[in-house]
Design a protein around this ligand. Structure first.
Ligand code: FES
Length: 88
């Protein structure tokens, strides 16, 4: 997944930079160039820093996307289950 469209910087690159010691947005900018054009990606890039949503001290550190935080109502489909059960 791309984090920074302007500079074609991926989530994998951001994670690698953080694992390599980047702990601030300025360090990510210096190392990767993330958030150095329009700046739209700055908040997302900061989510990967330590303490951020996907950072090493965040609650969803091992989750590669926001899927783990989907509300429960999006993970169950009662009507589908009823149809599936009738086909078995
Ligand atoms: S999307 Fe990253 S600088 Fe524009």
């Amino acid at each position: 997944m791309y984090i920074c469209i302007c500079n074609a910087i991926t989530e994998r690159q951001v994670k690698a930079a953080v694992e390599g010691g980047a702990h601030t947005l300025s360090q990510l900018q210096a190392e990767l160039g993330v958030a150095s054009c329009c700046g739209t990606c700055a908040d997302t890039a900061m989510d990967y820093l330590p303490g951020g949503q996907y950072g090493s001290r965040g609650t969803a550190a091992s989750q590669p996307s926001g899927l783990a935080t989907l509300p429960t109502e999006h993970t169950t489909v009662p009507a589908y289950r009823a149809v599936s059960a009738s086909l078995i």
